[in-house]
Design a protein around this ligand. Structure first.
Ligand code: AMP
Ligand code: MG
Length: 423
């Protein structure tokens, strides 16, 4: 084996994968289905927003020059609501009642809020204090100007962006397509979810966890089932998987007597770009391509396959879909306990996160760290990173933690009183 292919660092392996990710083509989708996708076109404003100077408040449109001293009295000459087109000019000593979003009438140059006025008899109001020209006016085009690029190609469509696109009357938008992802498990010992219970066998869980990780990125994967440790059966399943943009196969990727995945992939014309990454868990991961199709041979151990998905598959799928942010966000957290580590391989520790009384984020082990222990994976908020050169960390030291999806949410609101305990 060429040693450039073997035992890469996590960073080298990530860079290698990203070199081979083809850009997904684009497709038009209805606006309501565009959330989370990436725009492939610049979207320009087709009008000024707001379309003219409008009021930012419910109140009265006035001439600021009229309000020089205290206690000015003005005559109300009209009522303007959003969508009206006021033509009558406000003359000195006059004002108009105006609602939020309604166009400013000619002559007026400021808004006085209802709360700052006093209703008087005979369609008149009293205003106690002066107001500056421009007060509480939204200027024409201040949100966006006709012709300007409101959202550039490459923008990820957030709920706010959906609102912008609706304002621009874009019922359909052009976005990067999603990859077709196939997921295969391999191993004679595996018991399918719907197979009869057999205490001697190992329940197949990898494909389900990998499917969930894929779905969390907005991609609906295809499950190809379980291939037995038989080169011919395996070849048939892998051939089917290679028809997809991305194939994930777990198990059989190591050097055991029954690990046929790598030689079978090569026999099918897949070029392997690396196998073996200096990481724990996840060392036996391999990556290859055939034409523009990507194949990840993930380790069989359930946590290892999930951690390898996070490090290598996730950025590849996001790159395919056009995202600029390819990796999980990391935060710095303080360790509540010491973590042992021998320099050599980068290590990913399953941790839970909590905020302490001083507002600091703290990380504690989520439980047993065996690469078969899915329970600690299920509890974890993220993966604490021990870089390959690290010689262990003491309690109170800080480290980076890659956040899982659920860790984007908090128990406390920061505004509310403590939640009532449920009886
Ligand atoms: P392997 O890489 O095939 O040697 O598998 C390593 C370990 O992971 C073995 O104990 C397997 O039983 C287990 N394993 C492999 N594939 C799966 C799977 N799909 N679901 C659960 N465990 C698995
Ligand atoms: Mg196996």
């Amino acid at each position: 084996m060429n040693d450039k292919l073997n035992n890469l660092s996590v960073g080298e392996a990530q860079a290698c994968v990203l070199r081979y990710v083809p850009p997904g083509g684009s497709e038009a989708v209805p606006l309501e289905q565009s959330l989370g996708r990436v725009l492939t076109e610049d979207v320009r404003a087709n009008r000024d927003l707001p379309p003219c100077d409008v009021s930012a408040m419910d109140g009265f449109a006035v001439r600021s020059n009229d309000l020089v001293g205290d206690d000015t009295v003005l005559t109300v000459i009209g009522d303007i609501k959003a969508g009206d087109r006021p033509r009558q000019a406000i003359a000195s000593g006059q004002c108009a009642r105006i609602m939020t979003g309604a166009p400013l009438p000619p002559g007026a140059d400021a808004i006085v809020r209802v709360e700052d006025t006093q209703a008087l008899s005979g369609a008149r109001i009293g205003i106690a204090a002066p107001v500056k020209a421009g007060k509480d006016i939204r200027v024409q085009g201040e949100v966006m100007q006709n012709g300007e690029t409101a959202l550039a190609a490459g923008t990820e469509i957030t709920p706010g962006a959906v609102g912008v696109l609706a304002s621009l009357k874009r019922a359909r938008v052009s976005v990067r397509r999603r990859p077709r992802v196939a997921i295969l498990s391999s191993g004679d010992e595996l018991e399918a979810l719907d197979a009869p219970f057999d205490p001697e066998r190992i329940p197949e869980s990898n494909a389900y966890a990998l499917m969930a990780q894929t779905q969390a990125l907005g991609i609906e994967p295809v499950y190809l089932g379980i291939a037995r440790d038989d080169p011919e059966e395996l070849a048939g399943c892998l051939r089917q998987g290679l028809a997809h943009d991305v194939l994930l196969v777990s198990g059989g990727s190591s050097v055991g007597a029954h690990d046929h995945v790598r030689p079978t992939l090569e026999a099918l014309g897949v070029t392997l770009h690396f196998w073996g990454v200096e990481m724990k868990p996840g060392h036996p991961v391999a990556f290859g391509t055939r034409d523009q199709h990507l194949v990840f041979a993930l380790p069989g151990n359930p946590v290892s396959s999930m951690v390898c998905f996070e490090q290598f598959v996730l950025p590849a799928l996001r790159a395919f879909m056009g995202h600029a942010r390819l990796f999980r966000r990391t935060v710095t957290a303080t360790l509540t306990q010491a973590v042992k580590h021998r320099p050599g391989r980068a290590e990913f520790v399953r941790v839970t996160l909590q905020r302490d009384a001083n507002g600091r984020l703290t990380a504690a082990s989520a439980g047993g760290q065996g690469s078969d222990n899915l329970c600690s994976m299920a509890r974890a908020d993220g993966l604490l990173i021990l870089p390959e050169h690290c010689a262990g960390l003491a309690a109170g030291a800080t480290a980076r933690v890659q956040l899982f999806d659920g860790a984007g949410f908090e128990v406390a609101s920061g505004f509310m009183e403590k939640m009532e305990e449920t009886p």
